[in-house]
Design a protein around this ligand. Structure first.
Ligand SMILES: N[C@@H](CCC(=O)N[C@@H](CS)C(=O)NCC(=O)O)C(=O)O
Length: 206
């Protein structure tokens, strides 16, 4: 087994957290290379590994996979026993739709509430566009929990890639004290309580 995951600073790199968490949940040992973001040499250091000039990037022998969602998909195929996608076809399709929505959307939330797992800074006034993104995410979380979540505390019951994709939103809820429904709050806490999440936050310097 020669897996290397290249990530950005644990404090800030939301895209890195996603496949890192998915990989942790497979319980597979891997080498981690952390590149400090926001430094003069960040781009050059990332380009030593990643053709896109972005992290995360997974190396599995000669195979290089860049982009968080593509890495998660690769892990699901590479470690089928980890059950990283829900088993039922309908649930799996919804999980993929939720991941795609996260991966391609919520620009105001990303812009105005960047991930920083080392601080807590409640937002005095939540910008309208951020509130709209957040309301949509809370609704999505509630729908998934209600329709598919009977077998555990996560969106599709057992942990899945959908939880990895939304993990950085869970941290932002805490950082910025974004308001959530009761179901959304319980889900946020389930994600933050994962031992792997706590390991990430601790390593980030919190
Ligand atoms: N769509 C990409 C986004 C990757 C991305 O934007 N990564 C940021 C760190 S979170 C990065 O590499 N920033 C470094 C830079 O742009 O110089 C993914 O899903 O992996």
């Amino acid at each position: 087994m020669s897996l290397t995951l290249v990530i950005g600073s644990k404090r800030y790199s939301s895209w890195s957290l996603r496949p890192w968490l998915a990989l942790k949940m497979t319980a597979t040992p891997f080498r981690e290379v952390e590149i400090a973001l926001r430094q003069p040499d960040t781009k050059a250091r990332i380009l030593e590994w990643s053709p896109s000039g972005k992290v995360p990037l997974l190396m599995d022998g000669a195979v290089k996979v860049w982009d968080s969602l593509a890495i998660c998909e690769y892990l699901a195929e590479r470690f089928p026993e980890a059950g990283l996608w829900p088993e039922a076809q309908g649930a799996r399709a919804v999980a993929r739709a939720a991941c795609a929505e996260m991966h391609s959307g919520f620009m105001p939330l990303r812009r105005d509430c960047p991930m920083d797992v080392c601080i807590e800074t409640p937002m005095a006034e939540i910008p309208e566009e951020v509130a709209a993104d957040f309301a949509r995410i809370d609704t999505l979380w509630q729908d998934c929990r209600q329709s598919f979540g009977a077998d555990g505390p996560f969106l599709f019951g057992r942990f899945s890639i959908a939880d990895a994709m939304f993990a950085p939103v869970a941290t932002r809820c805490l950082t910025y004290r974004l308001p959530l429904s009761t179901v959304g709050l319980a889900y946020r806490d389930a994600v933050l309580a994962l031992p792997a999440m706590q390991e990430w936050v601790k390593a980030a310097g919190r």
